[in-house]
Design a protein around this ligand. Structure first.
Ligand SMILES: [Zn+2]
Length: 222
């Protein structure tokens, strides 16, 4: 069999980058983001599919619902509160996370919307106690320069990270709430064509962007 060489076939990839933001609290409450395997609270839930805000069932949610899993949640009171348990409404959006995403959007010359609205992405695999993930569209368009070539940005969102999967056996799925609600930036790029080296270089540049903007924000906060 002849050797498979990607460069002979051609490469086209769509990159969507998710990066936790280094803030000192979660996106919609004051809990400290840290991971620990010590838990003082355990509870269980059953999640079912409901119609979305568009009045339709999400096929993926219906499929997940058909598995009829029991979800066990483990919580540490230092890293989670009633918001993560979905027993209390979300608090105000964390301004540090919002500022950090706005700075990154500006750096990528993305067009920032004048208003921010949390939307609900239906997720009923148990990774979110609410059955949905809160996500906010911050900006659209823009680009990142890679060796003089402009790679387009489709959208930049601010969203909450999912609960941490601990196990999945039979009808039981287990999650830790420590990661749920940590702010995440989601950067969706336009499809990139070229060789694998170019794609790797693009990813490194995005990592640099993130680090530089993080330092800028730390400077602003002082
Ligand atoms: Zn909390």
């Amino acid at each position: 069999m002849s050797e498979f060489i990607i460069e002979n076939v051609g490469l086209k990839v769509g990159l969507e980058i998710h990066q936790q933001l280094s803030t000192n609290k979660k996106l919609f409450c004051s809990c400290t983001p840290f991971e620990s395997d010590e838990y003082s609270i355990k509870f269980q839930r059953k999640l079912r599919a409901v119609k979305s805000e568009l009045g339709e069932y999400d096929p993926a949610a219906l499929f997940e619902s058909s598995k009829s899993k029991t979800i066990l949640y483990y919580a540490n009171l230092e890293s989670s509160c009633l918001v993560e348990q979905d027993e209390e409404p979300p608090h105000e959006l964390d301004s540090n996370a919002k500022n950090l995403v706005l700075i990154i959007s500006s750096a990528l010359k993305s067009n920032i919307f004048s208003e921010i609205y949390p939307m609900r992405k239906t997720v009923i695999d148990g990774s979110n106690t609410t059955g949905f993930q809160r996500t906010m569209l911050i900006s659209q368009g823009g680009h990142i320069d890679v060796n003089g070539e402009k790679i387009g940005v489709q959208s930049i969102c601010l969203e909450e990270d999912a609960a941490r999967l601990l196990g999945d056996k039979g009808n039981i799925r287990e999650y830790s709430l420590d990661r749920l609600g940590i702010p995440l930036i989601e950067i969706a790029l336009e499809p990139v064509e070229g060789d694998s080296k170019k794609v790797k270089k693009l990813l490194w540049l995005l990592e640099d962007y993130y680090e530089v903007q993080k330092r800028s924000l730390a400077g602003l906060a002082r």
